[in-house]
Design a protein around this ligand. Structure first.
Ligand code: UDP
Length: 329
């Protein structure tokens, strides 16, 4: 039976990957320090005897007994407010954490897949973004802690591949959404859903003309699985190329949540990219992969999860009148 270690396994994409690998017959070890990951995300897997959870910070040496076939390195704060609050942890997990994961891959002769990001392109001057674009990143801006950590992680991964022959893959993940995102993680889709369900105005940063392209999580994890099975070592973009302005996303969330709330305009965060859209022709060519779930369908599939999260939040606030709601789990 193949055996995988998934770092960041209790996070949003990490926990969905755990489910997919279990479904496909793997033994799965999820490793997470629960800084931004949550046990709720992996609770459904606890009864499965092929699943193990290890609480560990991958910035420290990683010890695993026995053989390993694959390491999927997904540990990192990944939402702008998380990495603004956790700048040093973000830099450490991208650098020291990636070094430890690569060292483990070398020792175990395991394949390693690095979760990189569209943030390596920064505020892009080329649109849509192809893998051969080197990006436009402010190294010392507030987002630089994430962008540069992931750029370093890519450099280190290619160095381990070229120097030690480690069998590596690099996925550049564009905006992804779906169930298990934290409703307070600050990213636009959970924020808008939370606000729409609570009946609060949707906070649009800047003019709302900036664009993003959103991929439903089931499409993303299928692409990641296929990339791991491929023999391609250079970075590969995965995402859904359907591009929307943030104002269009606000309208779509209002419609799916059946909410008539207004828009509240807020200042645009520093270095917020003006546009983002993946060119996925490489993934289509080498993997035959293409996302299947469009934004309207994906938002419909996501809605029930956020409704449930808000219900938990309200129940918790009702049990503790001093608390008006907040982070769950
Ligand atoms: N955004 C917004 N309102 C929010 C949260 C985000 O208008 O409540 C905007 C943000 O400024 C950015 C886009 O939505 O232009 C996507 O932000 P997110 O944090 O989801 O991810 P990013 O793509 O910036 O990493």
């Amino acid at each position: 039976m193949p055996r995988a270690l998934i770092t960041g396994g209790a996070g949003f994409i990490g926990s969905h990957l755990c489910g997919l690998f279990l479904d496909r017959g793997w033994e799965v070890m999820a490793m997470d320090n629960l800084l931004t990951g949550r046990l709720d995300n992996i609770a459904p897997f606890f009864p499965n005897e092929r699943f193990t959870f290890i609480k560990h910070n991958v910035t420290n040496y990683i010890h695993i007994e026995g053989d390993l076939d694959a390491i999927l390195h997904f540990a990192s704060p990944a939402s702008p407010i998380d990495y603004l609050e956790l700048p040093i942890q973000t830099l450490k997990v991208g650098s020291l954490g990636t070094h430890n994961a690569l060292g483990l891959a070398l020792a175990k002769k395991a394949r390693l897949l690095l979760a990189s990001t569209s943030e390596v392109y920064g505020d892009p001057l080329v649109h849509p973004q192809r893998e051969d674009y080197w990006g436009n990143v402010n190294p010392i801006g507030p987002r630089g802690v994430y962008d540069e950590a992931k750029r370093f992680a890519e450099a280190l991964t290619m160095a381990y591949h070229r120097t030690h022959g480690v069998d590596t893959r690099i996925v550049r993940i564009f905006n992804t959404y779906g169930p298990r995102m934290r409703i307070h993680d600050g990213r636009v889709i959970p924020s808008f859903f939370g606000q729409a369900i609570r009946g609060e105005p949707l906070t649009v940063y800047g003019t709302g003309d900036q664009t993003r392209s959103f991929c439903y999580v089931d499409d993303m994890i299928e692409g990641i699985y296929q990339l791991l099975q491929s023999d391609y070592h250079d970075p590969v973009n995965l995402g859904n190329p359907q591009e929307f302005s943030i104002l269009e996303i606000a309208e779509k969330v209002k419609s799916v949540a059946e909410s008539a709330v207004t828009i509240a305009y807020k200042p645009l965060p520093v270095d917020d990219p003006k546009v983002r859209q993946p060119d996925i022709s490489l993934a289509q060519k080498i993997l035959g992969w293409t996302p299947k779930v469009d934004i309207d369908e994906g938002l419909r599939r996501t809605r029930a999860y956020f409704v449930e999260q808000i219900a938990h939040e309200r129940a918790a606030a009702a049990n503790d009148p001093g608390k008006k709601g907040g982070e769950q789990g």
